[in-house]
Design a protein around this ligand. Structure first.
Ligand code: DGJ
Length: 726
């Protein structure tokens, strides 16, 4: 093995280290160590990922596996950081390529590395052809969350085709009792949490839809040793990509679990001309011995501190009003002004006009693509409405769905070639619309300019950016046939480009990612969007489990939750206004009801709860979340608690589905308080038990617990504990 040209700019004992004697790389935070080394064949071999190892607990050099009989040679069974398909590899490869001479064998060996602070880059090269892969590693010293990505470079002098490219493979220690936790769903039923044992076969989480999708979310958690919400080892990860993606989970012959994730290889190929390269998305992953709850808290802190566009100090989400469920497409100046007046009266801070304001958009059959204010509905443009909203003390937001077009639109009549399509084949519609091919530079530039003009001509603080269907017939006929599948990469890169450049040109702009609900929520889009819409299902009871699932990977600080009308349109379920508010107050509070039908008492209740929410929102949105009683265990109850990062405030929400058998509401044992601190109880809604002290120690609230008096159907309570100065 040849070790060449290494450059090291790191203090020994820093977050990233390289031991030249053993050729072992170590990335560490206070809680986590991740290590791999170069073995005698030159492969980059995974060594360790788990709790922090003391600096003097050195790891031995990487030694290849012995393999197993003649069926599993060592080259395939040795766990590698980024194994290409070649030699005798039977597990999921991170990379698969084909060369013009028919060769498809690729074997990557270490070439060199550079090390800088918390960043490590390792260069691999094929054993005979000049295909190089740069692996990038970063570790967040606070959370121990690692970021990995790869760049595949073609220096062979001839074209080659990348058929499969992952961001990373994560290798876990051997174990036979791993459980995989993942999220699945569908429209109006997103964020369902699944658990399944890891068996000796491959489990695939994926989207083939061109975008993230509701059916699986690109997040995984693997537990072992019976780990649960509160304790036990968890390895978890989230892929930052908003296009088709795939994560495979599979144990190898020795029960070591490998997780490989990146571009979905289904219908994928990416031709690299000589000198060209392909960047993969970033795959983030972490480890904690503290159970699934702690895994979520680490991710939440990481997102708030490092991912979101306003990180490390995202602005708390304003209380928002959205007109969709009130008016659908029937928007007009007078109606919106009336809603704005009522919204301002109950303390709303941002007024958002939803679909229907542009082109011939009186239904979902026409107008998409024509981003011109409808003169019948807004004879003087948007200015009078925006001025009114501002005069009422709110900022103004607008719904857009820039990536789509109705065939019945001026844009489509002018540019029928701008959509994804295979010439001569049908163009399948979803909600009467087609997908514009953002991979084309002219389409990208058109969308950018239309939105840029809208923002330049109007004082708009917020876009709700919708995306209401998935891809079909994903052809890009203007490209050579062998380059058409680049659409899976170029489309998403151009989407990110538009979002980034709009934000640069309009620094006050905030954006919500919505895809008919929670169809495009991932750490890729969250670098450009301040909040996301988890689901079109706004029933407050269904929302409890939707929101619970959402918080496994994502912070409640981005989770929009509207209070809407009762009975709810989804299931005709009737619930009290207070119950609806409390359900929504677990995330970023919004109101999506027809306020013109609310009576004085409703408006007073709303005002009281909006005021109350403003006093707790930093804790709910950016604090530490404890999922105390899960709404998905089939029980009658659920409860959450959030603790502010400074430890001065805790907020508890309790929900009762339906009392039965005279069961009392269970005592809620709080978490995350200072046992010696004193906390004073304040009731936001509902009633605590009669014997509940007004003030007690953290130890009391955690060990004795808190009794909420909830009886009946769809009842809720919320209390605040404020730390008393001592
Ligand atoms: C789907 C979204 O999820 C809804 O909230 C609403 O904006 C509609 N689209 C508008 O067409």
């Amino acid at each position: 093995m040849l070790l060449v040209a290494t450059q090291t700019i790191a203090a020994a004992g820093g977050p990233v280290n390289y031991d030249p004697d053993t050729h072992v790389f170590t990335l560490s935070s206070a809680q986590v160590t991740y290590a791999f080394g170069v073995n005698e064949r030159g492969e980059l071999q995974s060594l360790y990922w788990g709790g922090h190892r003391a600096p003097d607990d050195t790891l031995p050099a990487a030694r290849p596996d012995t393999g197993s009989a003649s069926f599993d040679p060592s080259t395939g069974s040795t766990p590698q950081e980024y194994a290409a398909w070649g030699s005798a590899l039977y597990t999921e490869p991170a990379l698969k390529v084909s060369f013009p001479d028919g060769n498809r064998d690729l074997v990557l060996h270490y070439l060199s590395h550079t090390l800088n602070g918390s960043h490590l880059s390792v260069l691999l090269k094929d054993i005979s052809r000049d295909v190089r892969v740069e692996l990038r590693y970063d570790i967040d010293p606070d959370s121990g969350i690692l970021a990995r990505s790869a760049r595949i470079e073609n220096h062979t002098g001839k074209p080659l085709v990348v058929q499969q490219a992952a961001a990373a493979t994560w290798n876990l220690p051997a174990g036979s009792d791993y459980v995989l936790h993942s999220l699945s769903g569908r429209w109006a039923g997103e964020w369902q949490l699944d658990h399944r044992p890891v068996l000796p076969s491959q489990t695939v989480l994926e989207s083939r839809r061109g975008s993230t999708g509701e059916q699986n979310n690109p997040w995984f958690a693997l537990t072992s040793g019976g780990a649960n919400e509160d304790t036990g080892p968890v390895w978890f990860g989230a892929l930052a990509w908003s296009g088709s993606w795939r994560i495979t989970v599979e144990p190898d012959i020795w029960h070591r679990v490998r997780v490989t994730g990146g571009y979905n290889p289904f219908d994928f190929s990416y031709r690299l001309a000589p000198g060209e390269s392909l960047e993969t998305p970033t795959f983030f992953a972490g480890y904690t011995p503290g159970g699934l709850g702690e895994a979520s808290r680490l991710l939440h802190r990481f997102e708030l501190g490092h991912v979101l566009p306003q990180a490390p100090h995202p602005r708390p989400r304003p209380v928002l009003y959205n007109s969709w469920e009130a008016t659908q497409f029937n928007v007009n100046e007078a109606g919106q002004m009336k809603l704005a007046e009522i919204a301002a009266g109950i303390g709303v801070e941002r007024f958002v006009m939803d679909d229907g304001w542009f082109g011939a958009r009186d239904s979902d059959h026409a107008g998409l693509g024509d981003w011109v204010v409808n003169p019948r509905k807004f004879p003087h443009g948007l200015q009078p409405l925006i001025a009114k909203v501002h005069a009422l003390g709110m900022d103004f937001g607008l719904w857009v769905e820039p990536e789509m077009v109705n065939p019945d639109s001026d844009l489509y009549r002018k540019h029928p070639d701008w959509v994804l399509n295979f010439p001569g084949r049908p163009r399948t519609e979803g909600r009467n619309q087609l997908v514009l091919n953002l991979a084309r530079q002219d389409v990208r530039d058109h969308i950018f300019h239309v939105l840029d003009d809208l923002l330049t001509q109007n004082d708009i603080a917020f876009f709700k950016w919708d995306y209401n269907r998935n891809w079909s017939e994903p052809g890009w006929p203007e490209q050579k046939p062998q380059d058409q599948q680049k659409v899976y990469v170029s489309y998403v890169q151009n989407l990110y480009w538009i979002l980034q450049h709009l934000r640069e040109r309009h620094p006050k702009l905030e954006i919500e990612s919505c895809s008919g609900g929670g169809g495009r929520v991932d750490l890729g889009i969250m670098r450009f969007t301040d909040e996301v819409w988890p689901s079109d299902n706004t029933d407050p009871f269904d929302r409890l489990s939707i929101q619970d699932g959402f918080t496994y990977p994502y912070t409640p600080g981005v989770m929009m939750a509207w209070v809407t009308d009762s009975p709810n349109w989804v299931n005709q379920r009737s619930t009290s206004l207070e119950y609806r508010f409390l359900s929504s107050m677990q995330g970023a509070l919004g109101i999506g009801a027809d306020l013109s039908r609310w009576n004085q008492q409703d408006l007073q209740t709303a005002k009281r709860l909006v005021d109350g929410y403003k006093g707790i929102r930093m804790t709910v949105q950016q604090g530490l979340l404890y999922r105390l009683i899960s709404p998905r265990d089939g029980s009658e109850y659920s409860a959450t608690q959030s603790v502010s990062t400074d430890g001065r405030q805790a907020v508890v929400f309790g929900f009762l589905h339906s009392s039965s058998m005279l069961n009392p509401y269970p005592r809620i044992h709080l978490q995350g308080l200072d046992p010696k601190g004193r906390y004073r109880l304040r009731v936001l809604a509902g009633k605590p038990g009669e014997d509940t002290p007004e003030e007690a120690s953290g130890a009391h609230w955690m060990s004795e617990g808190l009794q909420l008096m909830l009886k009946g159907d769809f009842q809720a309570a919320a209390v605040v504990l404020e730390r008393v100065a001592q």
